[in-house]
Design a protein around this ligand. Structure first.
Ligand SMILES: *[C@@H]1O[C@H](CO)[C@@H](O)[C@H](O)[C@H]1NC(C)=O
Ligand SMILES: *[C@@H]1O[C@H](CO)[C@@H](O)[C@H](O)[C@H]1NC(C)=O
Ligand SMILES: *[C@@H]1O[C@H](CO)[C@@H](O)[C@H](O)[C@H]1NC(C)=O
Ligand SMILES: *[C@@H]1O[C@H](CO)[C@@H](O)[C@H](O)[C@H]1NC(C)=O
Ligand SMILES: *[C@@H]1O[C@H](CO)[C@@H](O)[C@H](O)[C@H]1NC(C)=O
Ligand SMILES: *[C@@H]1O[C@H](CO)[C@@H](O)[C@H](O)[C@H]1NC(C)=O
Ligand SMILES: *[C@@H]1O[C@H](CO)[C@@H](O)[C@H](O)[C@H]1NC(C)=O
Ligand SMILES: *[C@@H]1O[C@H](CO)[C@@H](O)[C@H](O)[C@H]1NC(C)=O
Ligand SMILES: *[C@@H]1O[C@H](CO)[C@@H](O)[C@H](O)[C@H]1NC(C)=O
Length: 332
C-alpha cells in the first residue's frame, strides 16, 4: 500500500507543468493555447455598472491597445488588429476577444480591464502560449461528485503526516488553464479573476467553490508545497452523479404535468361530446315521443279504456322527462 502511494507520488511529482501561472514575474489568471481561431475570454466578474472596457497586449514592457469599448455600444479596434479580431457584443459584461488567423506573433501577455462602478478597475491577465501541459493523464485522478447549485469543497486528497504549506488550484481545459485560487498559511488568498467571487480558502489545503453549474464539471489540477519542502501536483475530476437518469426530475415533472393536463382536456372533451350526443338523443327521443304522443292522444280519444295498457306498452314511458310529459298529457 505504501509502495503504491510512493509510486503515485513519484508519478505526480514527475508530472510537473512547465506552464506557470506566475510567468515572468507576473500574476496570470489564464493560460491559453495559441490556435488560429482562439478566444480570449473576458467576462466582468462582478455585478457592476460598466463604463468602459479595454483590451491590451503587453509588448516590450509597454501596453499596446487592441480594442476599447465605451458603453453602450462604442467600439474602437486598432487598425493592425481590425481585420483579425472580433469583440463579442451580445452583453455588456462579456467582451471575449476572438482571433481569426492568429499567428506566432500573437503569443504573449494580454490584459483585459473593466472600468466599473463601484468596484473600480477589474483586470484579467491572459498568457497566450504556443504549447504547454494542457493534457492530463487518466492515472490517479481523484473524483468529486456534485450537483448543480451545490457548494463543493476541494481538498488535498492524500493521507499525509506532513502539513501542506501552500496549494494552488487550477481548472484545466483542452485549450486553456484558469487560476482558481492559491491558499497559503497565514497569507491572503490569491484569486483567479474569473473565480474571485465564487471561491474561498478553507485552509491551506482546501477551498470551496460556490454554486456549481454544469460548466464547472471537468478537470482540476492542484500543486502543493509542504512544510518539509516536498512538492507535487495532482488531479481532481469534478462531475455530476453518474447515475443521473436521462430525464431529470424537473423534466419528469414537466412531462408528467403536461400529460396530466392533456388527459384532463381529453376527458372533458369526451364527456362533453358524450353529453351532447346524449342530449341530442333525448331531444330526438322526445320529438319521437311527441309524435307518438300525438298519435296516442288521438288514439286515447278513441280507445279511452285502453289507456293504462297503452302506457305500459310504450317503451319510452319509463324515461323521466318523457314520463313528465306523459303526465302532463294525462292531466289534459
Ligand atoms: C514546455 O516544455 C516543453 C518540453 O518539455 C517545451 O517544448 C515547451 O516549449 C515548454 N513550454 C513552455 C511554455 O515553456
Ligand atoms: C445587480 O445589481 C443590480 C443593482 O445594483 C440589481 O438590481 C440586480 O439584481 C443585481 N443582479 C444580480 C444577478 O445580482
Ligand atoms: C518589441 O521589440 C521587438 C524587438 O525587440 C520588436 O521587433 C517589436 O516590434 C517591438 N514591439 C513593439 C510593439 O514595439
Ligand atoms: C453592438 O450591438 C448594438 C446593438 O445590438 C449595435 O447597435 C452596435 O452597433 C454593436 N456594436 C458593434 C461594434 O458591433
Ligand atoms: C462570452 O462570449 C463567448 C463568445 O461568444 C462565449 O463563448 C462565452 O460562453 C460567453 N461567456 C459568458 C459567461 O457568457
Ligand atoms: C485566414 O487565412 C487564410 C489563409 O491562410 C485566408 O484564406 C483567410 O482569408 C484568412 N482570414 C482572415 C479573416 O483573414
Ligand atoms: C483517458 O480517458 C479518455 C476517455 O475517458 C480516453 O479517450 C483517453 O484516451 C485516455 N487517455 C489515456 C492516456 O489513457
Ligand atoms: C453555499 O454557501 C453560501 C455561502 O456560504 C450559502 O449562502 C449557501 O446557502 C450555500 N449553498 C448550499 C446549497 O449549501
Ligand atoms: C519542487 O521541488 C524541487 C526539489 O525538490 C524543486 O527543484 C522545484 O523547483 C520545486 N517546484 C516548485 C514548483 O516549487
Amino acid at each position: 500500500m505504501n509502495c503504491l502511494v510512493f509510486l503515485v507520488m513519484a508519478f505526480l511529482q514527475s508530472y510537473q507543468s512547465n506552464v506557470s501561472l506566475m510567468a515572468e514575474g507576473k500574476h496570470v489568471d489564464s493560460i491559453v493555447k495559441l490556435s488560429s481561431t482562439m478566444a480570449l475570454k473576458c467576462v466582468c466578474p462582478m455585478n457592476a455598472s460598466i463604463s468602459q472596457m479595454v483590451w491590451e497586449k503587453e509588448e516590450n514592457q509597454t501596453k499596446q491597445l487592441i480594442a476599447a469599448f465605451r458603453l453602450p455600444y462604442d467600439l474602437h479596434i486598432e487598425s493592425n488588429y481590425k481585420a483579425r479580431v472580433l469583440v463579442t457584443n451580445f452583453t455588456s459584461d462579456n467582451k471575449t476577444l476572438i482571433f481569426s488567423n492568429a499567428t506566432e506573433k500573437d503569443v504573449g501577455f494580454y490584459l483585459c480591464s473593466f472600468h466599473t462602478f463601484p468596484h473600480g478597475i477589474l483586470e484579467k491577465t491572459i498568457h497566450v502560449v504556443q504549447s504547454g501541459a494542457f493534457e492530463f493523464s487518466n492515472l490517479s485522478i481523484h473524483h468529486l461528485i456534485t450537483k448543480p447549485g451545490e457548494n463543493v469543497t476541494f481538498k488535498y486528497p492524500f493521507n499525509s503526516d506532513v502539513a501542506v504549506n501552500q496549494m494552488t488550484w487550477e481548472r484545466v481545459q483542452p485549450d486553456c488553464i484558469d487560476l482558481i485560487i492559491q491558499c497559503a498559511d497565514s497569507e491572503m488568498p490569491i484569486y483567479g479573476s474569473d473565480y474571485q467571487n465564487r471561491v474561498d480558502c478553507i485552509s491551506e489545503s482546501s477551498f470551496v467553490l460556490l454554486d456549481v453549474t454544469a460548466s464547472d464539471y471537468g478537470m482540476y489540477r492542484f500543486s502543493y508545497d509542504k512544510v518539509n519542502g516536498e512538492n507535487g501536483t495532482g488531479w481532481i475530476k469534478l462531475s455530476s452523479n453518474n447515475f443521473e437518469p436521462l430525464f431529470t426530475k424537473l423534466h419528469i415533472i414537466f412531462i408528467g404535468s403536461g400529460a396530466f393536463l392533456i388527459l384532463i382536456i381529453l376527458i372533458i372533451l369526451i364527456y362533453r361530446s358524450f353529453c351532447v350526443t346524449k342530449k341530442r338523443k333525448r331531444i330526438k327521443k322526445m320529438r319521437d315521443y311527441k309524435d307518438t304522443c300525438r298519435q296516442s292522444q288521438h288514439q286515447y280519444k278513441n280507445w279511452a279504456g285502453q289507456r293504462s295498457a297503452n302506457s305500459s306498452q310504450n317503451p319510452t314511458a319509463t324515461e323521466d322527462p318523457i314520463y313528465a310529459n306523459w303526465e302532463q298529457v294525462m292531466k289534459k
